[in-house]
Design a protein around this ligand. Structure first.
Ligand SMILES: [Ca+2]
Length: 254
């Protein structure tokens, strides 16, 4: 089944069918909206990352999946349809990526909300939930591309208690000021050591943050998109994610 998506109606009854596109354009125009995404599926139970272009969503952003030793789907748990990630082994590696079009690219200092709900159905590790990464052009000049980085938000690096499994939980990366580490692309390396952890508000501030051996990020860095990630190295797990908020974009997996 192909991916389908639609912008949810902001006010009044949303029957989910028979609505015109007028309100969708209005919701997109004001920059804050909820988009339902359905029919997402990708599975690869062998080695090698299989990347699939899942198409352009209703808001103009571009969805991709990557899969090895695992599967991505949308399933219902505890009454809620949600993104479902299942790894077959510790070599399992799953990604759901959304690339922003020009209308969605926003300065990091103006990003706002960064949050999601998650449910860990089962997991070998007690310090793993879905990872959220945001991709940035660090200097805010899109003409230079060797300064592309990800900020990576991982439960295991928050110094938190064991993950609560079996019920819906909320991760508010912006409101709770999660710490993130940096992945660089040129060269590809993880700057994921303690001295390079900084809170989201530090990365977002005008003064920004420069990790040791990494690339300086500040309020003028431009957000190019986001990625949900599971593995590798996380053992086997079955995890759900829903109600993802990245700036004004909210996604309801449906
Ligand atoms: Ca640049």
């Amino acid at each position: 089944m192909a991916v389908s998506s639609r912008i949810a109606k902001e006010n009044g009854n949303d029957t989910g069918k028979g609505n015109g596109f007028g309100y969708q354009k209005k919701a997109l125009a004001d920059g804050h909206y909820t988009m339902d995404v359905s029919g997402l599926a990708a599975a690869n139970h062998g080695p090698g990352d299989v990347t699939t272009n899942q198409g352009t969503l209703a808001d103009g952003t571009q969805l991709f999946t990557e899969a090895r030793f695992g599967a991505i789907s949308i399933d219902t748990i505890q009454g809620e349809a949600a993104l479902h990630l299942v790894t077959d082994s510790s070599n399992g590696r799953l990604r759901v990526d959304d690339g922003f079009d020009a209308a969605h690219q926003v300065k990091l200092g103006n990003l706002g909300d960064l949050s999601f709900d998650y449910l860990v159905q089962s997991s070998d590790r007690t310090d793993v939930i879905p990872v959220l990464r945001i991709t940035l052009d660090a200097d805010g000049n899109l003409a230079t591309t060797n300064d592309r980085v990800d900020l990576v938000f991982e439960w295991a690096y928050q110094g938190s208690s064991p993950v609560t499994q079996g019920s819906w939980q909320h991760a508010d990366l912006s409101g709770d000021n999660w710490k993130a580490w940096e992945h660089t692309y040129s060269p590809s390396q993880n700057i994921d050591f303690g001295p390079n952890f900084a809170t989201l508000s530090t990365w977002e501030s005008a003064a920004g943050f420069t990790p040791t051996g990494g690339i300086h990020v500040d309020a003028n860095s431009i957000v190019l998109g986001w990625q949900i990630a599971d593995g590798s190295g996380n053992g086997t797990n079955s995890m759900f994610l829903d109600h993802l908020h990245v700036g004004g974009q909210a996604i309801n997996f449906a």
